[in-house]
Design a protein around this ligand. Sequence first.
Ligand code: ADP
Length: 372
Amino acid sequence: TDKEAVCVGVRLRPFVAYEQGQQQCLTISGNVVHVDPNVAEQSQKAKVSEFAFDCAMDSTDPDAPDYVSQDRCYDLMAKRMVDHVLGGYFSCLFCYGQTGTGKTTTIMGKVEPVSKQGLLLRLMNDLFSEMTALQDEGLEVHCKVQMLEVYNEKVRDLLVPMNGNSKDGKSRHHPEVHVHPKLGVYVKGVADEPVDSFENCVQLIEYGNTMKTVAATAMNAKSSRAHTIFKLMVEKRGGSDNTIVTSEAFFVDLAGRENEKTTKVSGERLVELTFINQSLMWLASCIQALAKPETRKSMVPGAGTGNLMSRFRNSKLTLLLSNALSGNSKTSMIGTLSPALANFEESYSTLTFASTVKNIKIKAKPASAVDK
Ligand code: ADP
């Protein structure tokens, strides 16, 4: 998979307390997700009963031989990002799915015990040990992070206090996204926080998560209606040729898409949903272009003008991520799923969305060939 520019996976979480006793509507074998045939038959929506991905992760039963733990999930989906970050590449990892299906568990998890740490924490851990090794070899390595939220097409800096201002006295709550003809996209007025240890990084993430909840409560909104972006910037200099290598990695907890027709909403809520759905649609279109070799060539990083940039300009999310959704970057997407029947329609939407991003054809089984 390392040669793959775009890697799409899904992760099926275990039943949680409030789902006890429900029928399991999805199962996984190999890299394929199967919809229970009876469920598929009764559903208006389910037109497909099997979905194939680069990686289908079954986390329903810790005792099963194919169980995908946090550690295994990291190996499958995120470990490759360590090399990308230190090698000067741009990379992104997205989690997409209905609220309550495991996005936060997958990206963050718990700090303790270590076995519960999510992908971002594991990446930071590996990265800091690699960075220490490089520093011991005499290289200069710096790491900075940002944490942003996109809500209703507005960008918010999650690392500054709600009513506080930056050191220079200017408000940094609503940073502006700019497009520079040569430098590409950059965000003005956002906190670049230097981090030098895993603990340091965890503190910032926890602070950012608190700010997310505070901001959502103040706006009377749900934090799940916003996209949360964690951005990691690494600069490495030195070595025999004294070169400077910079890279950026993004971890994105995407807001869940909902069906506007079936969800009867109006006013503010409709505005929210429209922004979410549109930004996800544009994101899907950018990743689709990356996944195809013929369009991938045209996704040039820092392309400030013209046709190409218009693909990113459609939404703040794609604009913010445009450098990382271009050219040589590596992208991973994880669709998170509940196994329970009550969530079937939502899970089906997630499966459809994930397969839109990268369509993998399932080889038709030559069933009759054996019988003859
Ligand atoms: P989201 O961020 O999508 O809203 P959460 O990560 O908060 O979802 O998960 C919802 C619930 O499911 C939590 O109680 C969490 O502990 C549980 N859960 C999610 N993923 C897993 C997993 N892989 N293994 C065990 N429990 C999980």
